[in-house]
Design a protein around this ligand. Structure first.
Ligand code: FES
Ligand SMILES: [Fe+2]
Length: 357
């Protein structure tokens, strides 16, 4: 790792679903930065440092009046750019009275913030997460807020789906995953793990979605985009119908979506969705698929959740124990390399803020 901090700051991170941010104050910690979010009257989202300039009370404990935040302690008022516009019992406002305002963009149904140098915040650098737009691909997901693990453990988990056989036996797990080789490719921003399982019995989850008997070709094409987005193109199609060659018409195609935001070095927010291109008007199926992932401890992601937090607890107890790498870790290793490259670039670039360290 190129720095003591495991996450770059000069990046867009998801802070909330768009529907969660209304005309009210919402607190989030992103990369160690305490941020208060709210929606302005014009519909744009503001993101301010969640600490009053005066005595550091979290502004999220105050109230929103118009587009301004009134501190809940002594009533200082800050506008959506973070500038103080009112001080109690004095006419002149100290010109240095302001809180930091963070670049924020609403895209792909999520609110993204940039905790690093605002001058470098380029909306064009936003990770591609269009599967979440709700147009071609349909689904409803959720969030694990404050999942108690380093966000990179989630990346590891999603980039190596051999864990399905053990963690998700009975739903998407399948011994074929273990027997089938995969390949990993990468660019300077992304790493992709591709596995095709040809002529297999579909695992129970996919057999139900396909609704037809017979052997299938199953694919898992999982792409990580640095620093914290993973998209898994997954599905099955009847064997011999040409899916590996590009014709998926005799199959069912889904995508698992993960946009992660480090909260601290050992906790993260995990925005997830599972979207699909089959039976897109079937609201009941949307709800069923959502429950298949998170359902009071019984969903697929609930199972991952237990493993990830237990893994972090073990790491905390044994901080010097190394990780050993197997062939199955190739995708995760590339992901971590790309994160490390971002960290190294950030360290080299003059004036990169280090506030969260
Ligand atoms: S702490 Fe906010 S006004 Fe005093
Ligand atoms: Fe999993």
């Amino acid at each position: 790792m190129a720095s003591g901090r495991p996450f770059p700051l000069n990046a867009w991170y998801p802070a909330a679903w768009g529907h969660e941010i209304e005309r009210a104050l919402a607190a989030r910690t992103i990369c160690g930065h305490d941020i208060v979010l709210y929606r302005r009257a014009d519909g744009a989202v503001a993101a301010l440092e969640d600490a009053c300039w005066h005595r550091l009370l979290p502004l999220s404990m105050g109230r929103l009046v118009g587009d301004q935040v009134v501190c809940g302690y002594h009533g200082l008022v800050f506008n959506s750019a973070g500038r103080c516009t009112h001080m109690p019992a004095q006419k002149t406002i100290n010109p240095s009275a302001c809180v930091r305002s963070y670049p924020v963009v609403e895209r792909h149904r999520l609110i993204w913030v940039w905790p690093g140098d605002p001058a470098l915040a380029d909306p064009a650098a936003m990770p591609d997460f269009h599967w979440n737009d709700g147009e071609t691909w349909k689904g409803e997901g959720g969030t694990f807020y404050s999942l108690k693990c380093d966000y990179r453990l989630v990346v590891d988990n999603l980039m190596d789906l051999t864990h399905e056989t053990y963690v998700h036996a009975g739903s998407i797990g399948d011994d074929a995953i273990l027997d089938t080789p995969f390949e990993v490719t990468h660019t300077d921003r992304a790493a992709t793990m591709t596995r095709w399982m040809i002529d297999i019995d579909p695992p129970p989850f996919w057999a139900r979605q396909l609704g037809r008997p017979g052997h299938v070709d199953r694919w898992q094409i999982v792409t990580f985009e640095a620093p914290a987005v993973v998209v898994g193109d997954v599905g099955v199609a009847l064997t011999g119908s040409g899916a590996p060659e590009g014709d998926r018409s005799q199959g069912v195609n889904g995508a698992f979506l993960a946009a992660l935001a480090p909260e601290t070095e050992t906790s993260c927010h995990y925005f997830w969705n599972f979207v699909r291109t089959f039976r897109t008007d079937d609201e009941q199926l949307t709800r069923d698929l959502q429950r298949a992932h998170v359902n009071d401890g019984k969903g697929v992601y609930d199972q991952d959740h237990v493993v990830l937090e237990a893994q972090q607890r073990a790491i905390d107890r044994n901080p010097r124990s190394p990780f050993y790498n197997l062939n199955i870790d190739a995708g995760a290793l590339w992901a971590r390399r790309l994160i490390d490259a971002m960290l190294a670039r950030e360290q080299r670039s003059a004036g990169a803020p280090q506030a969260a360290e």
